[in-house]
Design a protein around this ligand. Structure first.
Ligand SMILES: Nc1ncnc2c1ncn2[C@@H]1O[C@H](COP(=O)(O)OP(=O)(O)O)[C@@H](O)[C@H]1O
Ligand SMILES: [Mg+2]
Length: 281
């Protein structure tokens, strides 16, 4: 892993053998506007990368680009050395927009199964292989007790575990998790982070995990990817979360304070992670 990591961690204009994900001067747009401009970064197989940046900085755009939705305007995005293709079974995705799920009048098992697309899509027609996959995914997120309960009776953290099970269907090699901690209290946040870390380590899955606050992910992330001003910077927390690096990226004075085992990032008048990550800085 070390030799691989040394190769993978250097952004490059050519494909590097062994990368799980490579952005090679990739320009990504959404709604006709450029969101990320000629961004390069390489992510190794089995890495856990936390993705941060103000609202609108392109976290969701980046994850969607890895699904080919849409492909880059210029440059390249490669997954395990290959150009993107839509419907890539190697990638599991937990999308950001999840409003209204709690009102669905279905059981946990059916909810996970609804994300399985076998040759005959539909709940009653899910084949034996689909059923096995659904069962295994529910086991992997330790949600056996939720299978028979209705979504409307579950807490936010429990629904989040079933969403994670959906993303794990088909045994992906890469997990893209878009804001899985949003609107969870700290106890459930820690439970989800620990669960994702366990799955990532035992199954050697590459994880890209977006969040507003980096504190819940400290200690589990291998590296952070910060987005701002159409640019990206990737590295360890110690390399990236510094006054110098973040001030350059945000193009404004940023102050980083370490208080015991927590990190507070301040921009202008307030903390970046508490507020500015929710708004444009
Ligand atoms: N559905 C959409 N249509 C058009 N533009 C969008 C859409 N969603 C987001 N955008 C714009 O794309 C940019 C990047 O957004 P996004 O990737 O969602 O950022 P983040 O996930 O970091 O908050 C923002 O300027 C946002 O306004
Ligand atoms: Mg987003």
């Amino acid at each position: 892993m070390d030799a691989l990591a040394a190769r993978c961690h250097r952004p490059s204009t050519r494909w590097l053998a062994g990368c799980a994900i490579e952005l090679d001067r990739a320009t990504l747009a959404r709604g006709g506007r450029i969101v990320l401009d000629a961004v390069s970064a390489s992510i190794c197989p089995g890495e856990f990368v936390g993705i941060f940046g103000p609202n609108g900085s392109g976290k969701t755009t980046l994850l969607r680009a890895l699904l080919g939705l849409p492909p880059p305007l210029s440059g390249a995005v490669r997954v395990f050395g290959r150009p993107l293709r839509r419907g890539n079974r190697m990638i599991g995705y937990l999308p950001q927009q999840r409003a209204g799920l709690a009102d669905l009048p279905i059981r946990g098992w059916d909810f996970v199964a609804s994300a399985w697309q076998g040759e005959r899509w539909g709940l009653p027609l899910i084949g034996r292989r689909g059923q096995q996959q659904v069962m295994q995914a529910i086991d992997r997120v330790e949600a056996q007790a939720l299978a028979d309960r209705r979504l409307s009776q579950l807490s936010g953290g429990e629904v989040q575990r079933l969403l994670l099970a959906q993303a794990l269907l088909g045994r992906p090699r890469i997990l893209l998790l878009d804001e899985p901690l949003i609107s969870l209290d700290p106890h459930f946040q820690q439970a989800i982070v620990a669960l994702v870390r366990r799955i990532q380590q035992t199954e050697e899955i590459t994880v890209l995990f977006t969040a507003h606050d980096l504190n819940p992910l400290l200690g589990v992330m291998d590296r952070v990817l910060y987005l701002a001003n159409h640019q990206a910077v990737i590295g360890t927390v110690d390399e990236v979360v510094t006054d110098e690096v973040l001030s350059r990226l945000y193009d404004m004075p940023i102050a980083v304070y370490r208080i015991k085992d927590r990190i507070a990032v301040f921009a202008g008048h307030g903390p970046v992670e508490a507020e500015a990550h929710r708004h444009d800085v």
